[in-house]
Write a protein that binds this ligand. Structure first.
Ligand SMILES: *Cc1c(COP(=O)(O)O)cnc(C)c1O
Length: 377
């Protein structure tokens, strides 16, 4: 959804060339394995339609969504040959026939889901592909154990149409977390038990683990959208989303004067403030602004990093621009919140959240522009 007027003060620019490049970078890195694209949550907030077109053009043939409804949307956007997996599996009381009708493959994660799926496949009388999700440590989705998965497969494996064995990492962005090795060993055992299935284990960060637990099909999301899969090290990905917001007012306040709701930040010196036209209704974390106790995020104005100060309001946020030459910050000038100049992971961490959350919370009032596409707009 875009704002009704071109003059929207918040502008979100999505670089489709960077998106395609990020896909290619990961695809090269995982070769000879294949690289899928995770496009759940409207492609991490950047827009499903543009994202799947860019990934398809870059060579992606397998896609992962979270929900059945997202799968239906993706199916309508993608060519016939695209494989689409639904990570949440047969969700709630959904009818397996709805997956079958759109050629969506649920990631089956329990004996109960397995029975519903095989019963559907039997009624239908033809192979109905799905993935099998094994829990190796997340305790969230998936068969509890290899034993439980083996029992189900011995009972009805052929009827299930399973073509992929998958699991998900708990802490792959922390390379020395001992849980990585435990999960890798559990998944290797499962893979050995079902050698005829393709295997998929690696999310963005796992692609960069020294053990290279890639198997047949990597499953990155965040890194495709420019997030850093290797926190604390240089980001190997190109930034995809750039958010700039216009300055509405500037003012000087004296030392000792607070600003924003509940007066949570107080100027320590004579300070020049710039009020920017975006707030938490646009997806900015409420804690992005510094308080007297805690630092906040920084934005780029006239080439300098300026801290956000005071609580973020619904529609506004305040930046401390004291260190920028006065003539360089005027109403109508634009601040970059994240993009080429400020990493989304940096903005998120200083706001007490993660880049995943920032992207998937991007507001609807921004003017969205897609650049770098084959038919850019
Ligand atoms: C979201 C998700 C991914 C992608 O993870 P990233 O960290 O964004 O690369 C892969 N697999 C599963 C099961 C997921 O839920």
């Amino acid at each position: 959804m875009t704002a009704p007027l071109d003059s929207a003060p918040g502008r979100l620019t999505i670089d489709l060339a960077a998106l395609a490049d990020n896909y290619s970078t990961l695809a090269r890195r995982v070769a000879p394995a294949r690289c899928a694209a995770v496009v759940k949550a409207d492609a991490y907030g950047i827009g499903l339609e543009r994202a799947v077109a860019a990934f398809w053009a870059a060579g992606a043939r397998a896609f992962f969504v979270a929900h059945l409804g997202e799968g239906v949307l993706a199916r309508n956007l993608l060519p016939e040959e695209a494989e689409i997996y639904v990570l949440n599996g047969l969700e709630g009381d959904a009818d397996p026939a709805d997956y079958g009708a759109h050629r969506l493959k649920p990631a089956i994660g329990s004996p109960e889901e397995f029975s519903r799926w095989t019963a559907f496949a039997a009624r239908r009388g033809r192979p109905s592909p799905c993935a099998l999700h094994l829990d190796t440590g997340m305790r969230r989705l998936g068969f509890d154990s290899l034993a439980a998965l083996t029992i189900a497969m011995e009972r009805d494996g052929a009827a299930s149409g399973a073509d992929l064995l998958m699991s998900h990492f708990v802490s792959s962005e922390i390379p020395d977390d001992p849980l990585n090795a435990i999960q890798i060993a559990r998944f290797a055992a499962a893979r050995a038990a079902f050698p005829h299935l393709r295997a998929s284990f690696a999310n963005s960060s796992a692609i960069f683990l020294p053990q290279r637990p890639i198997h047949d099909l990597a499953r990155p999301g965040y890194a495709l959208y420019g997030g850093n899969p290797t926190p604390g090290r240089p980001n190997p990905m190109r930034p995809v989303a750039t958010l700039t917001v216009a300055v509405q007012q500037t003012r000087w306040i004296e030392a000792g004067v607070p600003c924003g709701y509940n007066a949570r930040w107080t100027a320590k010196r004579r300070t020049r403030l710039a009020t920017l036209l975006a707030g938490y209704a646009d997806g900015l974390p409420r804690a992005a602004g510094a308080t007297d106790e805690q630092p906040g995020a920084e934005v780029l104005l006239a080439g300098r990093r300026c801290p956000l100060v005071g609580r973020v309001s619904m529609d506004l946020v305040i930046a401390d621009v004291t260190d920028v030459p006065e003539a360089a910050v005027r109403p109508g000038d634009r601040a970059e919140l994240f993009g080429a100049g400020i990493e989304i992971d940096d903005f998120a961490a200083r706001s007490g959240t993660i880049g995943y959350r920032l992207l998937t919370s991007l507001g609807r009032r921004y003017r969205r522009t897609y650049v770098g596409g084959q038919a850019s707009s």
